[in-house]
Design a protein around this ligand. Sequence first.
Ligand code: BGC
Length: 736
Amino acid sequence: MSNHNTTQTQQAQSRKDIDLNGLIKQMTLDEKIAQLIQLAVPFYEGAVGAGQITGPMESLGITEETVHNSGSVLGMAGAQDVINVQRTHLSNNRHGIPLLMMADIVHGFKTIFPVPLAIGCSWDMELAELSAAIAAKEAAVSGVHVTYAPMVDLVRDPRWGRVVESTGEDPYLNSLYARAFVRGFQGSDLAGDMDKVAACVKHFAAYGAAEGGRDYNTVDLSDRQMREFYLPAYKAALDEGCEMVMTSFNTVDGVPATGNSKLMRKLLREEWGFDGILISDWGAVKELIAHGIAADESEAALKAIKAGVDIEMMTSCYVSHLSELVASKEVNEELIDEAVLRILKLKHKLGLFDNPYRAADPKREAEVVFCDEHRDSARELAVKSCVLLKNDGALPLSADRKIALIGPFAKNSDVLGPWSWTGSKDAAVTMEAGMRNRLGDAAELLVAEGCGIESATEEQWQEALAAATAADIVVLALGEHSDMSGEAGCRADIRLPGIQLELIRKIKALGKQVVAVLFNGRPLDLHGIYEDADAILEAWYPGSEAGSAVAALLFGDANPSGRLTMSFPYSVGQVPVYYNAYNTGRPQGAPDAQVRYVSQYLDIPNEPLLPFGFGLSYSEFAYSEASLSSETMTESDQLKVTVKITNTGSVAGVETVQLYVRDLSGEVVRPVKELKDFRKVELQPGESSVVEFVLTEQQLRYYHSDLAHESDAGAFVAFAGPNSKTNAALPFKLIK
Ligand code: BGC
């Protein structure tokens, strides 16, 4: 504490031009190592143990000094709290090194946007970017410096709860979203724009490919699968300038990502040139022991630092063991200096040496968060994220009919979805509120819960049956509790809980038209809903404006335009089922296909119930005149694919025209379809538009068996249509 006064003086003046390498030279080894630990908020509020780290700090190798010298905080938000913690920290840190405040701001801060899987279904990069920009602005003014987002893991298995955090099963689309989110969070001038936060792309790598859809489980993919499907979105985020990367919990080719030098040092750092901060996921350094590649914490620390992990989140292997590893020369101190430098550089870039409180401002915070403008954007994106899965004419609703709103989500405010800890459920618009606002006070809306998410009482049943009997049409608000998806929210049975299926059956038995609105975090097995409901709107978790967005769609004030970015399986037995799969040598339906000896199930179809790219509208769109500019293309000549779309319906609507390609003579097998481009077109009733796509040779490249990224000369097919099932094939050849 002898330097206390000097520190205060140092802080008073701006340290914009600080020499970071010089600063590192002044730091002791223990001070440097302490920069590499990240602890949760309670450690800074005087708690002795918190989160995963339980028991007295001392027994974990964490002393008061460690906390005073630590580099970053997990989960801190709120302008005044951040200011207080930062101020105390600076008075305890002899070098006056500010803390980095990191938090999971995933789909909104106070204004909660739809969950990422829903945002994915909007196919709207501008709104996706805006949602991240608003999240960044609200978070920054509340004192956050770094967000653990975007999560860009490619997903194929709806049993995995974290599919809700991803934008889906397509590497091209996921990459576009990765870029859009990074642009939104970081902007173009992170150093100068205080409304921005640094982004941390996660979870590197291939976390979405966990075997059996069980969280944290083994991932084992070929290098080709990794490069073709799983890696592009992380790379896209980094190409957009994403400042940080988080490791994943899973193994990659036998080695847990957090201790995987091939993945982190060779691929991420050397091949991709990433020089930002690599942070472990929560507790993932210590988990190297449970995985079985480290006998103890010391070996876990050794493997993680060697792999290139700069910050250890929420365990203390580094602070407890790195100094002895340096003493024994197993770890070169330069490795530690490099990690510290990366951390200090980000602090410097964010302006923290100049103003350690950055944008944290309680007064402005009160004005900015959850303001009307932000809520309007959340509503717009929610409207565009919902997907109309079925409509036998029950929608749009007419306000003249007597409507009953029934189901566990009728009044429920659990509509924000996972990762909305900074949001307020109480401030969210429920289905009931949204529908009442839309209908006005004069209209009668019968409301009953019918059942909870997983159970019902006799009274609830009776109330629901009475409401349904009295109504002309029933809107059933059904779904999963938000804890049924998200981290560790995996399910082996992905139908709605049985009690809700029973509710549908009972209401349907009354002979009423039934519209199902679904609030959930994954593609569901829709058995029990699909047959019985006259219309189904997949609302996902729409966020703060849930009820108003859904009401606008139900009453036809807005026309549904969302398109699925993850297939809805026919049943869980098909999972994983995704559109960009390979053919087999014995596909169903081929001209010489046999009755039995083909690749099929005896009891269910091969096809998902609803494919990637699917979504209905209140308009009808007819496709015609699909054509190519030529039957051949070369490495220098582009190919134009044109198709005419006509709105043959009676209301204006937006169609998402999708371009797919199939390579028929690959060096290795190629997906039956790959999304290459898409266009959203808005058409008035009777209006047509000709959409033109340009295909280049670069878009036909993929990873060959030697990992060369090249195209194949030979036969291809292009498809321009409304979803990935489209069969209107346009053959062409690439001449090389
Ligand atoms: C999750 C990450 C998250 C981190 C910090 C982990 O359990 O896997 O996605 O960013 O916690 O909250």
